[in-house]
Design a protein around this ligand. Structure first.
Ligand code: PRP
Ligand code: URA
Length: 209
């Protein structure tokens, strides 16, 4: 069974409290989501293996370490996942970015795919799927299935806020996928919104409501 890792660094938690606040407007909301994504990238890549290299400094030879040939693909789930891409690219600038377009049908709550474009060498890459919200888990579970169908193997899921229901759905369907979150919230409401959550992530990022 995959793990759920709650990233409780004080900077992440402080910024998340501002993101949750209903009085935070789109501009600040976008900046904070980008910053938190950057901080989370630091933890999500913690298990990347290192190799020793020798580096000539101005003063001598140093035995130093560098990441051992890891190739990364970031896969935001459109739209709200887009808000986390730039923050992650600041720390992992060589990552390729794939996109999956999914929206949650308001009636059925089932994810509907409308776009998918992945790096051609997806199967060689460490894949980090990003989406601020893991609610019922339908969108994330579908995104993981699409990526596996296209040859993706080493997959992690990174979200700002997860409901217990979403974590269960993803782990029931994809027990090989570890989930990284800034917070695990209480529950879903009758519209499958996370309580207390932050509201509609896409609307708050892009000012569409
Ligand atoms: C939101 C969010 C997730 C999904 C989570 O996207 O960004 O992708 O809902 O819900 P789930 O876990 O129940 O599937 P939404 O469908 O609102 O689309 P948007 O990003 O285009 O606004
Ligand atoms: N999507 C969101 O944007 N927010 C939620 O709380 C649930 C799904």
């Amino acid at each position: 069974m995959g793990n759920v890792c709650v990233l409780d660094h004080p900077l992440i938690q402080h910024k998340l409290s501002l993101i949750r606040d209903e009085s935070t407007k789109s501009k600040e909301f976008r900046e904070l989501v980008e910053e938190v994504a950057m901080l989370m990238a630091y933890e999500v890549t913690r298990d990347f293996p290192l190799e020793e290299v020798e580096v000539r400094t101005p003063v001598g030879i140093s035995k130093a370490k560098r990441i051992a040939g890891r190739k990364v693909a970031l896969v935001p789930i459109l739209r709200a996942g887009l808000g986390m891409v730039d923050g992650m690219l600041k720390l992992i600038p060589a990552a390729k970015v794939g996109h999956i377009g999914l929206y949650r049908d308001p009636e059925t709550l089932r994810p509907v795919e409308y776009y998918c474009k992945m790096p051609y060498d997806l199967q060689e890459r460490d894949i980090i799927i990003i989406d601020p919200m893991l609610a019922t888990g339908g969108s994330a579970a579908a995104a993981i299935s699409f990526i596996k169908d296209r040859g993706g193997k080493r997959i992690k899921l990174m979200c700002l806020i997860a409901a217990p229901e979403g974590i269960k759905t993803v782990h029931d369907k994809h027990p090989d996928v570890d989930i990284f979150v800034a917070a695990k919230d209480e529950r879903l409401n009758e519209h499958a919104y996370i309580v207390p959550g932050l509201g509609d992530a896409g609307d708050r990022l892009f000012g569409t409501k």
